[in-house]
Ligand binder design. Structure first.
Ligand code: MN
Length: 261
């Protein structure tokens, strides 16, 4: 089964490659700049297309998802989700989104998310990238401390207290360009332990200088984190690489990766 290349220079652990105007360009960029990228999807019927896109590069891996905002329209695809799950180690985008005030919608989201968590925990080796907008307490409660697998809370925006519960539960946190530009985002980043931090773009939904963020924007995220850690951007890149490899269950050695060709 496909996994992120251990010596990738950078990592984008949450990118919607299939939603860019030209997905092949994004795959080519990730390959050229050696950016290990998790290509998340928003519904099971989109997985196979993204899987095809990812065949063009060893640096991009497909993730199977069911976005909480699509549960009301595509929730019945949970059966397809179960069938596709053995095909990939990567799961996302999944989670809860409480922008909706509709209680029945939220309840249905929780049912779908809990089902996905149960299947993933039973599989035991899945790596999840999880959405938790306005719902971080319920997301953390649903996952708990005994989930069997790797949990990455993507673009976390809950409270510091919730962040620390997530840390205690063993989760990782993927940081994107939007977080490095907001006071609340920076406050959270300062409290993420070095061995729990990953980088992402959430492209094309995050903008960098009015353009859609592509995987290469993770380099600037590392530089922003470097300012907080008071070290070089390369050191942050090395730390992220170690964190990814630990999450993948691989032994890591501390060494610089070669520059891209
Ligand atoms: Mn996303």
């Amino acid at each position: 089964m496909k996994s992120l290349p251990p010596n990738s220079r950078l990592f984008d652990t949450h990118c919607h490659i299939d939603l860019f105007p030209n997905p092949s360009d994004i795959v080519a960029e990730a390959a050229r700049l050696r950016i290990g990228t998790i290509a998340v999807t928003n519904a099971p019927f989109l997985f196979e297309h993204t899987q095809q896109l990812c065949r063009k590069s060893e640096y991009v891996v497909p993730a199977l998802g069911l976005h909480p905002e699509l549960v009301h329209s595509h929730g019945q695809q949970i059966e397809q989700f179960r069938e596709l799950l053995p095909l990939t180690r990567f799961v996302g985008e999944v989670g809860l989104d409480y922008v909706t005030k509709d209680q029945a919608n939220r309840q249905r989201q929780r049912e779908v998310f809990e089902t996905i968590l149960r299947w993933c925990s039973d599989a035991g080796d899945k790596i999840l990238t999880v959405h938790s907008r306005r719902s971080s307490a319920d997301v953390i409660a649903a996952i708990g401390a005994n989930f069997c697998g790797v949990v990455i809370l993507h673009w976390f925006s809950g409270s510091l207290r919730e962040l620390h519960t997530g840390i205690d539960n063993g989760y990782l946190f993927s940081v994107n360009p939007a977080m490095t530009r907001s006071e609340q985002g920076l406050r959270l980043i300062r409290d993420i332990p070095k061995d729990r931090l990953l980088t992402e773009t959430d492209g094309p939904f995050v903008a960098v200088e009015r353009a859609q963020a592509t995987p290469s924007a993770t380099e600037a995220v590392c530089s922003a984190v470097a300012e907080i850690w008071n070290c070089s951007g390369e050191e942050v890149q090395d730390t992220v690489r170690q964190n990814v490899n630990r999450a993948m269950g691989r032994e890591t050695t501390i060494r610089r990766s070669p520059q891209p060709a």
